[in-house]
Design a protein around this ligand. Structure first.
Ligand code: NAD
Ligand code: UDP
Length: 394
């Protein structure tokens, strides 16, 4: 394997990386990249290993470079030792599915703040670099979304929305705007914001070398689970897996509160390239908060559902006819329960990541949906048929 060069042309020495949450969606793609394309080593920490099992099988050319530790970071004294052994810690561990934020707010806050605190402290105490995964949700809602429906200011805000400087989210300028406490949806964003502030303060007061990542709806294969197949039948994953489940069952896609919220989606493989640049270019990444998303891939959730159901995507990959009724509306109370709330619009500003890491996303929404749905169909269609036939009355 040829030596890897950083963005300034210097040879990159192999690193030992302590990756917490390595068995999740992002962790599995990052581990693949590190094993298949670099000489870096990984101490992989998670409570689950299914999504990286293919990397852990013995006898592969990278086997000596990956070591799995089944550890729950809430209560395991081995964590600090592993952080000490590594050059860099990447913390991905979190409860991060919106269905949990309002129904399990305590677990959400503990997972995203309390459990992350020792990781920050161990890195700071042992002078170890930290890449911490936060979220685009720290930006919360747009100012316009709080104004009363009939206010003239709201109408003015709609006009503001013609000017990107009023809605594009900037790491070093945009405020964090959350709903009231009883809207427990914001428990996640608030916990993530506070841990960001702790990390930033550790950098300012104690010299911690850190990078904070704010992912904007990364999607691709292995995201979350399909309820009843590789996750709990009553579980509610994020939108890609919810809509994939509906498609696999040939049932209408459920649009929460009309599917009017807007999101920008980025392909996981593009996003992993951004993370690799952070890993391998500490001199350019330390001390920064980075948005990682694709501002060109903005759609409403309704548009996303229609793209996923229309002939060009799912019928093409599955060979099945288009649904007669592609979507149905559900209220957020019915779908998520009390205390749900939503971010209305999320467009990342790309100035900082472009300047520091020379990174730009490449994959269009159409292409990323096509490859992801092909994966979902290949992986789950047969299991779903079996599940559905079992539940038919005999
Ligand atoms: P994921 O749920 O697939 O992965 C998280 C992993 O952390 C899981 O494998 C889980 O088992 C592990 N984990 C959780 N608590 C743990 C504990 N106490 N001990 C050990 N392991 C534990 O989620 P993901 O999509 O891969 O997200 C990774 C990170 O990125 C999270 O911090 C999330 O908040 C952030 N993020 C992701 C997105 C996205 O678009 N995927 C968006 C915003 C933020
Ligand atoms: N959503 C939806 N139907 C579903 C699942 C989600 O309409 O079956 C909506 C949800 O209300 C939100 C958006 O899709 O507006 C994205 O939800 P996701 O769970 O992916 O996470 P978020 O981007 O809100 O963090």
């Amino acid at each position: 394997m040829a030596a890897r060069l950083d963005l300034d042309g210097q040879v990159i020495e192999p690193l030992k990386i302590c990756m917490i949450g390595a068995g999740g969606f992002i962790g599995s793609h990052l581990c693949e990249k590190l094993m298949w394309e670099t000489q870096h080593s990984v101490l992989a920490i998670d409570v689950y290993s299914d999504k990286i099992q293919h990397l852990l099988e013995p006898g592969q050319s990278w086997s000596s470079r990956i070591e799995f530790h089944r550890i729950n970071i809430k209560h395991d004294s081995r964590l600090e030792g592993l952080i000490k052994l590594a050059d860099l810690t990447i913390n991905l561990a979190a409860i991060c599915t919106p269905a949990d934020y309002n129904t399990r707010p305590l677990d959400t806050i503990y997972s995203n703040f309390i459990d992350a605190l020792p990781v920050v402290r161990y890195c700071s105490d042992n002078n170890k670099r930290l890449i911490h995964f936060s979220t685009c949700e720290v930006y919360g809602k747009t100012i316009g979304s709080f104004l009363p429906e009939d206010s003239s200011l709201r109408k003015a805000c709609i006009l503001f929305f013609l000017d990107p400087s009023y809605y594009v989210l900037k790491e070093d300028e945009s405020p964090c705007i959350f709903g009231p406490i009883e809207k427990q949806r914001w428990s996640y964003a608030c916990a993530k914001q506070l841990i960001e502030r702790v990390i930033y303060a550790e950098g300012a007061e104690n010299g911690l070398e850190f990078t904070i990542v704010r992912p904007f709806n990364w999607i691709g294969p292995r995201m979350d689970f399909i309820p009843g197949i590789d996750g709990p039948s009553e579980g509610v994953p994020r939108v890609l897996a919810c809509f994939s489940t509906n498609l696999l069952k040939s049932e209408p896609l459920k649009l929460v509160d009309g599917g009017q919220s807007q999101r920008t989606f980025v392909y996981i493989k593009d996003a992993i390239d951004a993370v690799m640049r952070m890993v391998e270019n500490p001199q350019r990444a330390n001390g920064y908060v980075f948005n990682v998303g694709n501002p060109d891939n903005e759609v409403t959730v309704r548009e996303l559902a229609l793209m996923m159901t229309e002939a060009s995507v799912y019928t093409k990959v599955s060979g099945r006819p288009q649904l007669d009724e592609p979507t149905i509306d559900v209220s957020s109370k019915e779908f998520y329960g009390e205390g749900y709330d939503d971010s209305d619009k999320r467009i990342p500003d790309m100035t900082i990541i472009k300047k520091q890491l020379e990174w730009e996303p490449k994959t269009s929404l159409f292409d990323l949906l096509e490859s992801t749905l092909t994966y979902q169909h290949k992986t789950y269609a047969r299991a779903m048929q079996q599940l559905l036939s079992k539940s038919l009355p005999t």
